[in-house]
Design a protein around this ligand. Structure first.
Ligand SMILES: CC(C)(COP(=O)(O)OP(=O)(O)OC[C@H]1O[C@@H](n2cnc3c(N)ncnc32)[C@H](O)[C@@H]1OP(=O)(O)O)[C@@H](O)C(=O)NCCC(=O)NCCS
Length: 327
């Protein structure tokens, strides 16, 4: 039986680990490297205590090896036009070693990504901000689940950051993404993200975009930019019904040309993503019950909007937009 099956990953997720490497080299000075990645002392201690061991934790050793090998295999590559699937969340009842497996796989690649950044001329401050995603995701994990680790969150941005595809520059993170309109790569875009690092100040946002456009032109001249794109709950035009026009979210929306809405097969996808990414709440199984909705704090306009919209029988949308002005 495969390690992924043994620890309880779904059949679909088991495919993720198939055929990837088994030889894992974990860094000796993990504590110092974790501090470099912005990991808080309490999380550092818990992660060091959950270091996988090939004898004691053979399944998690195999899974950590496979995830680390995936990052190493894709080092330096942009996200292909077919996208990138998050690392799957681990089953809820796993040991601390399981909860930290993804974090160890990332840390095993820290020196590689630092070297790649240095070769491309990325300033140290951008490298530090980029790999601080590891500390950030641990903080979110603790806040949402009340447990140390990274495993209960499907990891999308951290693996991309540790392979050199995603960079945090000021207020935003940017993912190098290939555009595919035919058999070959047709162009390159930057996907814009809004990490949960505070308010979305308009000036900081504009400065971040301007810096990214300039930087990527120097770091990746072979990937001339066709545009900047954002896919997020933040671009749902229905938010206009609830938020003030001068709110940061609506001002952010105003800077994008919205692409036509292509409904997802699962109408609750936007609801779950807004709850998870936007409101930082654990997401109960769908459909949400009245009890689930009643448990959402009602302190802010966004929280109240989230609940009122769902109570009205409507759904939130993940929308895609192209930044209007960027060069
Ligand atoms: C994106 C983000 C920075 C916007 O925050 P902001 O700058 O405060 O946004 P706005 O000024 O437009 O806020 C409008 C209202 O929504 C509230 N609000 C915004 N984000 C909120 C959040 N994450 N949780 C609860 N309420 C929130 C604000 O408090 C404000 O309500 P109020 O006027 O009653 O105080 C914030 O939502 C956030 O950090 N989200 C997490 C990251 C995320 O979702 N990224 C996108 C992933 S696809």
């Amino acid at each position: 039986m495969s390690a992924a099956k043994q620890v309880g990953f779904s059949e679909r997720d088991q495919l993720r680990f198939k055929g990837l490497g088994t030889g894992l080299a974990l860094p000796e000075d993990a504590e110092g490297l974790l501090a470099y990645c912005g990991v808080e002392p309490a999380d550092r201690r818990e992660m060091l205590a959950a270091r996988p061991d090939p004898e004691r934790d053979p399944e998690w050793w195999a899974i950590t090896s496979a995830l680390a090998a995936e990052v190493e295999r894709d080092l330096g590559l942009p996200v292909p036009s077919t996208g990138f699937n998050s690392w799957p969340a681990v089953p809820e009842d796993v040991s601390p070693v399981g909860l930290f497996a993804g974090a160890w796989a990332l840390l095993a690649n820290l020196m590689r990504v630092r070297e790649l950044h240095a070769q491309r001329g990325v300033p140290e401050e951008v490298t530090v901000a980029t790999v601080a995603a590891l500390g950030g995701v641990m903080g979110t994990h603790r806040h949402v689940f009340g447990r140390a680790g990274v495993g209960l969150i499907p990891l999308w941005s951290p693996p991309l950051r540790f392979r050199g595809a995603d960079y945090e520059i000021g207020r935003h993170a940017f993912t190098r993404t290939e555009l595919g309109l035919g058999d070959d790569v047709s162009g390159h875009v930057l996907s814009v993200h809004i990490p949960p690092t505070g308010r979305l100040d308009a000036q900081e946002s504009e400065e971040s975009v301007a810096a990214a456009v300039q930087y990527f032109g120097c770091w990746y001249p072979e990937e001339p930019l066709a545009g900047l794109v954002c896919h997020s709950w933040l671009l749902d035009p229905q938010l206009n019904e609830y938020l003030r026009p001068e709110s940061n979210i609506i001002r952010f929306q105003d800077r994008f040309d919205l692409l036509p809405y292509l409904p997802s097969e699962d109408p609750t996808e936007g609801d779950r993503e807004l709850m998870r990414l936007g409101l930082h709440l654990p997401v109960p199984p769908v459909p949400f019950t009245e009890e689930d909705l009643a448990a959402v704090p009602q302190d802010t306009t966004l929280q109240r909007a989230f609940v009122a919209h769902l109570r009205a029988g409507r759904h939130w949308q993940l929308r895609t937009g192209m930044l209007k002005t960027w060069s």
